[in-house]
Design a protein around this ligand. Structure first.
Ligand code: FAD
Ligand code: NAI
Length: 466
C-alpha cells in the first residue's frame, strides 16, 4: 500500500498550492484528482477561461469603439468566435501544464481518480472501475464548489447554461437573460454584451453585487446601464419554457405580484455556488458539515476527524481562488508544525469588467452596522491626470479610515485597472497602516494609482488635485 505524509483531495488553487507548500516543507505528498485535467474550477471553467474571454472581448470592443478617437484607424473588427474560444483554450492548457510541471518539480504524486476518505489516515482512489487504498498521516479536503441550481429550471449547458456553458457558447446569443447580478453575471454578461448580445439581468435583491460597497455598486450599475445592460432588480425567474424556438422566462417581483414573460435565446443561471462533497464519504468517515453543507473546520482548518483538514470553496468564507491558495499554504504549514495563518480581514475581491471593481476590508455599510466611527476620503478618476489623457475617467477611489486612529479599514475602487491597484491597500492594511501613511507615500506620476494617494489625502481633507 502506498504511503504518504499528506494526501490532498482536489487540485484547484487550494489543493495544488497546499501540495506544493507541503512538499517544500519536506513532506511526501500525493494529490487526488477526478477531473481529466489538474487545476480545478479556477483553471478549467472559472477564473482563467473567464479572464481570457474578458480580455479578448475587451480588445474587440476597443478596436470597434475606442481606436478611431485615438487616431488608430482600423476597419470594423469582425468576430471569429471559434478563434476566440481557441485563444481561451490555449490559456487554459498553458496554466494546466504549469500545474503539472509544479507537481513534477516538487515530486508530488498525481493520483487520477475520485478520492474517498475511509477514516483517519486512509483514502480510497477509484478510477475506471478499479480502486486502491493509500495510507497517509494527514488528509486535506480541497474539493471546491459546484454551481447552485434554481428549482424547476434544468441546466442543459446549451440554452439554459451555468457559467461553464456560458464560457463555451458556439454563437453569440441575440438575447441573453442572466439570473443573478453577482460576479459571474456581470463578468460573463460583459463578455457576451461586448460581442453583440442584448443582456438583461434579473436580480433578486434591490441592488447589484451584494457584499460590495453600496456606493460603488450604484455607480457600477449606472456605468453598465450606459454600456447597454438592462437590470431588473427585486425580481426572480421562476420558470423557463423551453418548448419554442426562443426561451420564455417567467419573471416575478421578489416581493410578489404580477409576473411578466421575457424572451431569450440563452438563459445564464448564476445565483451562487455550493460546496462540493459528493462521493467523499464524509458521513461514513464522521466528518461534520455545517448548516450550509460546508465542511466544518476549527481555526486551524481541522475537521471533526483527527488528521483530516479542509480548505477553499468547500469551507466557509469567500469563494475565491486566492483565499483557497492562502488557506492551502497555511494548512500545510500547520501540518508541518508551523504557525500557518490567514488574515480574513485583508482578502481582496475583484470584478474583472470594464471598468473593474476592487475592494478590500470593510464596506461603509459594514462599518455603520458595527457602529464604528469612520472618515471617508474619495477621489474621482476624472481628476487623475493619467486617466484624463487616456480618456478612461469612469469611477473613483474610496478610502474608509477609523475616525479616531486614522487606521485604514476599507478601500474600494471602481475604474480601469482597479484589480491591480488594490494591492497597495492590502499591504498597507496588513501592516495596520493609516490613511496618513498612504498619503505620505510617494506615488509615481503619471499613474492611476495616484488617485489612491489623493483619496488618502482626502481622508484628511487635503487632496491636491480636487
Ligand atoms: P476548485 O477549484 O473547485 O477545485 C476542486 C477540485 O477538486 C476539482 O478539480 C474537482 O474535480 C476536484 N474534486 C472534487 N471532488 C473530488 C474527489 N472526491 N476526488 C478527487 N477530486 C475531487 N475566483 C477568483 O479568485 N478570481 C476569479 O477571477 C474567479 N473567477 C471565477 C469565474 C467563474 C466562472 C467561476 C465559476 C469561479 C471563479 N472564481 C474566481 C472562483 C474560483 O474558481 C474558486 O474560488 C476556486 O477555484 C476554489 O478553489 P478550490 O481549490 O477550493 O476548489
Ligand atoms: P454571487 O454570489 O456573486 O451572486 C449571485 C447573485 O444572484 C446575488 O446577487 C444573489 O442575490 C442573486 N440571486 C440569488 N438567487 C436568485 C434568484 N432566485 N433570482 C435572482 N437572483 C438571485 O454568485 P455567482 O455570480 O454565481 O458567483 C459564484 C462565486 O464565484 C462567487 O462567490 C464568487 O466569489 C466567485 N467568482 C469570483 C469571481 C471573481 O473573483 N472575479 C468571478 C466569478 C465568480
Amino acid at each position: 500500500m502506498a504511503s504518504y505524509d499528506l494526501v490532498v483531495i482536489g487540485t484547484g488553487p487550494g489543493g495544488y498550492v497546499c501540495a506544493v507548500r507541503a512538499a517544500q516543507l519536506g513532506m511526501k505528498v500525493a494529490v487526488v484528482e477526478k477531473n481529466a485535467t489538474l487545476g480545478g474550477t479556477c483553471l478549467n471553467v472559472g477564473c482563467m477561461p473567464s479572464k481570457a474571454l474578458l480580455h479578448a472581448s475587451e480588445m474587440f470592443e476597443e478596436a470597434g469603439h475606442s481606436f478611431a478617437k485615438m487616431g488608430v484607424s482600423v476597419s470594423s473588427p469582425k468576430l471569429d468566435l471559434p478563434a476566440m474560444m481557441n485563444f481561451k483554450q490555449q490559456g487554459i492548457d498553458g496554466n494546466v501544464k504549469g500545474v503539472e510541471f509544479l507537481m513534477k518539480k516538487n515530486k508530488i504524486d498525481v493520483l487520477k481518480g475520485a478520492g474517498k476518505i475511509l477514516g483517519t489516515g486512509k483514502v480510497e482512489v477509484s478510477a475506471d472501475g478499479k480502486s486502491q487504498v493509500i495510507e497517509t498521516k494527514s488528509i486535506v479536503i480541497a474539493t471546491g464548489s459546484d454551481i447552485a441550481r434554481l428549482k424547476g429550471i434544468e441546466i442543459d449547458e446549451t440554452r439554459i447554461v451555468s457559467s461553464t456553458g456560458a464560457l463555451s457558447l458556439d454563437k453569440v446569443p441575440g438575447k441573453l437573460l442572466i439570473v443573478g447580478a453577482g460576479v459571474i453575471g456581470l463578468e460573463l454578461g460583459s463578455v457576451w454584451h461586448r460581442l453583440g448580445a442584448e443582456v438583461v439581468v434579473v436580480e433578486f435583491l434591490d441592488r447589484i453585487l451584494p457584499g460590495m460597497d453600496g456606493e460603488i455598486a450604484k455607480q457600477f450599475q449606472r456605468i453598465l446601464e450606459k454600456q447597454g445592460f438592462t437590470f431588473k432588480l427585486g425580481a426572480k425567474v421562476t420558470g423557463v419554457d423551453t418548448s419554442g424556438k426562443t426561451l420564455k422566462a417567467t419573471v416575478e417581483p421578489a416581493a410578489g405580484g404580477a409576473a411578466e414573460t421575457l424572451e431569450a435565446d440563452v438563459v445564464l443561471v448564476c445565483i451562487g455556488r455550493v460546496p462540493y462533497t459528493d462521493g467523499l464519504g464524509l458521513k461514513e468517515a464522521g466528518v461534520a458539515l455545517d448548516n450550509r453543507g460546508r465542511v466544518q473546520i476549527d481555526p486551524h482548518f481541522a475537521t471533526s476527524v483527527k488528521g483530516v483538514y479542509a480548505i477553499g470553496d468547500v469551507v466557509a468564507g469567500p469563494m475565491l481562488a486566492h483565499k483557497a491558495e492562502d488557506e492551502g499554504v497555511a494548512v500545510a504549514e500547520i501540518i508541518a508544525g508551523q504557525a500557518g495563518h490567514v488574515n480574513y480581514d485583508v482578502i481582496p475581491g475583484v470584478v474583472y469588467t470594464t471598468p473593474e471593481v476592487s475592494s478590500v476590508g470593510k464596506t461603509e455599510e459594514e462599518l455603520k452596522q458595527a457602529g464604528v466611527a469612520y472618515t471617508v476620503g474619495k477621489f474621482p478618476f476624472t481628476a487623475n491626470g493619467r486617466s484624463k489623457v487616456n480618456q478612461t475617467t469612469d469611477g473613483f477611489v474610496k478610502i474608509l479610515a477609523d475616525a479616531k486612529t486614522d487606521r485604514v479599514l476599507g478601500v474600494h475602487i471602481i475604474g480601469r485597472e482597479a484589480g491591480e491597484m488594490i494591492h497597495e491597500a492590502c499591504v498597507l492594511m496588513e501592516f495596520g497602516g493609516s490613511a496618513e501613511d498612504l498619503a505620505r507615500t510617494c506615488h509615481a506620476h503619471p499613474t492611476r494609482s495616484e488617485a489612491i494617494k489623493e483619496a488618502a489625502l482626502a481622508v484628511g481633507k487635503r487632496a491636491i488635485h480636487m
